[in-house]
Each structure stands twice: as structure tokens, then as C-alpha cells.
Design a protein around this ligand. Structure first.
Ligand code: SF4
Length: 316
């Protein structure tokens, strides 16, 4: 699991607005290893979705590198991105809006095969579609249905199937269960786990749901206002979160594990705007450990104990 699949270096995605520069992603560096499940957690609006869309090159990065299997794809021209689109898939949060309501399930699943010229003829196409529907726990007869005829869980199964049609190496999963009923969520997670093992895939989950990230991930990163503040092995970070924000975030939800003991440190105040964010450590207006250095100097994401990375002056 140690082979690096994607390496992101100092990646930035900024937007110029009438109020100033919105720094949605502001200097993110991380590594995704082949075969792992990497989980990125943070409150809504922290830049998670922008980050994965930039890595996928659905958004053009402001600066930084995205190394995919040794090649920097950050500034590849649109016409050179076709191969990349085949190797990196995404499943969006809301299956109700991500599937075209005017297309049958067959057409939805056939489209990526046609775009990437993956099958020789229509018979091959039908075979592939029947096979993937079966893998997703759906029936061949679902091919002729339209999205509105399916339940939320069935639609998300189709969305996952669509992402898998081109046999990608990595799937980005953007809150894949948050639009679904609780009873369906566990089934979809189980299905994703089965597919990952069968196809030897790499997963990059993003979610604001800490318990979901805890269940699915091998390693996790915590994002705050466009930056990674802590990154490490899932068990270590959950057992003993080091960054004051991670600690506050984790204790804001009940962790269903008696071995996890998190000190009660309140996470107070609102998340500041990513337009003109606070100076120094962006968390300093909400941090009860803030020192004078925190306001003036931005802490770097540095390796601390047990191989984990933390961006906080308490550890530098
Ligand atoms: Fe708190 Fe300072 Fe650490 Fe930021 S750098 S989290 S303000 S102690």
C-alpha cells in the first residue's frame, strides 16, 4: 500500500471576488497511496470539494503541482485530460441531481464507454452494463428505467456504476451517502468496500461526517479554511488528536468507541470567511491555546510524533 498514486504539492485554488480573494484551497500538500482509503474531513465550506475537483482537474488550479503516477497534471491542456478522466472517477453527493433525468440508465452507463471507446460493439456494451448492474446489486431490467423511477439508494448505485464503467484506478467520493436515508447509507458503504476489494481500487472520501470518515479510512486529513491542519493514520489521529481544531471537531460528535477518549475542549465561534482569512494560524480567533506567535506567523504542516503531520505552533 506504500506506492504513491497521487502527490499534491502546495496546491492552491483562489477565486477573485468583489470582496477580495477567496482562498478556497490554499497550499495543500498530501500524498495518496495506491490501494488505501484516504479520508478528508472538515466543516462545510472548508474547501474539501474544491480540493478534490482541483485534483481531478475539473477546476483549473491557481498554482501548485498534482503528480499522478509521476506526471504533473496540474496544467495539462483540456484536450490532454481525456486519459486522466478515465483513470480518476468521482461519485457526487446527490444522486438525484447527478443523473440526467432524460436519459435511461442504459444511456447513462453507455456514455462513458462511448466517450472513451472502450467497447467494440453494442453487444459488448450491453454485457458490460448488465455486469456492472449486477455488481451494484441491481437487475438487468433497470437498464430501461429512468432515474426518477429508482429509489435514492438505487440512483447512487447507478452513479457509482457510471464512475466504474471506465475502470478507474481511484474513486473520489464526495459525501456519497449524505443525501440518502440512514437505512440505505450502510448498504452503500458496504457495496463500495466490496467493489474496492474486488477491483483493487484507491478511494479518496470527503465528508463533514466524522464517524463516516472514521469507519472507512486508513489515513485521514483534517481541513480548516483551505488548509490541512492534521494528517495521519486514522487510528492514531482518532485516539489522540493533536491539533486544537481536530480535537474540537471530534468532540463535537459522539464517537461510538469506548477506547477513544477525547478531552473536552470547546470549539467556539463561527468559521471565518475564506475571503481575507485571519492572519497567522487561521484557527487563532477560535483557539484557546493561541499565543502571540499564532496571530503573526502561519504554522507549517510538520511531521511530529508517530509520523503524523500537524500545523500548530504548540508542536513547532
Ligand atoms: Fe491554536 Fe496557535 Fe496551534 Fe493555531 S497555532 S491551533 S492558534 S495553538
Amino acid at each position: 500500500m506504500d506506492k504513491v498514486l497521487i502527490e499534491v504539492e502546495d496546491l492552491k485554488k483562489h477565486y477573485h471576488t468583489s470582496k477580495g480573494t477567496l482562498k478556497a484551497v490554499d497550499g495543500v500538500s498530501l500524498v495518496i497511496r495506491k490501494g488505501e482509503t484516504f479520508g478528508l474531513v472538515g466543516e462545510s465550506g472548508c474547501g474539501k470539494s474544491t480540493l478534490i475537483r482541483t485534483i481531478l482537474r475539473l477546476l483549473y488550479p491557481t498554482s501548485g503541482k498534482i503528480i499522478f503516477e509521476g506526471r504533473n497534471i496540474a496544467h495539462l491542456h483540456e484536450k490532454d485530460l481525456k486519459d486522466l478522466r478515465k483513470r480518476m472517477g468521482i461519485v457526487f453527493q446527490d444522486p438525484h441531481s447527478s443523473l440526467n433525468p432524460r436519459m435511461t440508465i442504459f444511456d447513462i452507463l453507455a456514455r462513458p464507454l462511448k466517450i472513451h471507446k472502450i467497447v467494440k460493439n453494442r453487444d459488448d456494451m450491453v454485457l458490460r452494463i448488465v455486469e456492472i448492474l449486477k455488481l451494484m446489486g441491481l437487475q438487468a431490467e433497470h437498464m430501461i428505467r429512468f432515474p426518477h423511477e429508482l429509489s435514492g439508494g438505487q440512483k447512487q448505485r447507478v452513479a457509482i456504476a457510471r464512475a466504474l464503467m471506465v475502470e478507474p484506478e481511484i474513486l473520489f467520493l464526495d459525501e456519497p451517502t449524505s443525501a440518502l436515508d440512514v437505512s440505505v447509507q450502510a448498504k452503500i458503504l458496504k457495496l463500495l468496500d466490496k467493489v474496492k476489494k474486488q477491483r483493487n481500487l484507491t478511494y479518496f472520501y470527503i465528508s463533514h461526517d466524522i464517524n463516516l470518515i472514521r469507519v472507512v479510512s486508513d489515513r485521514i486529513a483534517v481541513m480548516y479554511l483551505g488548509k490541512i491542519v492534521e494528517l495521519g493514520e486514522k487510528d492514531l489521529v482518532f485516539q489522540k488528536p493533536l491539533h486544537p481544531y481536530t480535537n474540537g471537531l471530534f468532540r463535537s460528535v459522539p464517537i461510538p468507541d469506548p477506547d477513544v477518549k477525547i478531552e473536552k475542549i470547546p470549539l467556539e465561534g463561527e468559521v471565518p470567511s475564506p475571503v481575507n482569512p485571519p492572519s497567522g494560524c487561521r484557527f487563532h480567533p477560535r483557539c484557546e491555546f493561541a499565543k502571540s506567535v499564532c496571530k503573526g506567523k502561519e504554522p507549517k504542516l510538520m511531521k511530529v510524533e508517530d509520523g503524523r503531520m500537524v500545523a500548530c505552533h504548540l508542536y513547532q
